[in-house]
Design a protein. Structure first.
Length: 137
């Protein structure tokens, strides 16, 4: 094995967290949803234990897209009967929303409640009595 030069030893290799990869058996449209989601967040955001929920989330989003496309193409009703795509779209959208909450992808899970409350009220929180410099009466 050849010796490494001092210059080669003085450079630290760049290593960091790797992005979680989709399972090989996931269909390509779902893999595209996976890549878009995972690439939009920091590399250490998801762990291997999140994989099953991510798979379900990607499938639900893809299934909802298919159902909504079918509804746009064929309509929600045909005479007296309701399109079965309506039920698929509804259940897929609900499942995706639930999984997004579990995976902490919703806007509410990105907010800190201690910061969001005062910001929503238009300013900083009122000082607590023991933090105020005014004498108590």
């Amino acid at each position: 094995m050849p010796r490494k030069s001092a210059a080669a030893l003085s450079v630290a290799p760049i290593t960091g967290p790797r992005r979680i990869q989709p399972p090989n058996d996931l269909p390509e449209p779902c893999r595209a949803v996976w890549r878009e989601l995972v690439d939009s967040l920091p590399p250490d955001r998801f762990h291997k234990s999140d994989r099953p929920l991510l798979v379900l989330y990607c499938r639900a989003l893809y299934q909802a897209d298919l159902a909504f496309e079918a509804l746009e193409q064929y309509g929600a009703a045909d005479g007296d009967s309701v399109s079965p795509w309506l039920r698929v779209a509804d259940s897929s959208a609900k499942q995706a929303a639930t999984l997004a909450t579990k995976l902490r992808l919703c806007p509410q899970s990105r907010l800190d409640r201690k910061v969001a409350g005062p910001a929503a009220r238009g300013g900083e929180a009122a000082p607590r009595p023991w933090e105020s410099e005014e004498p108590l009466r």
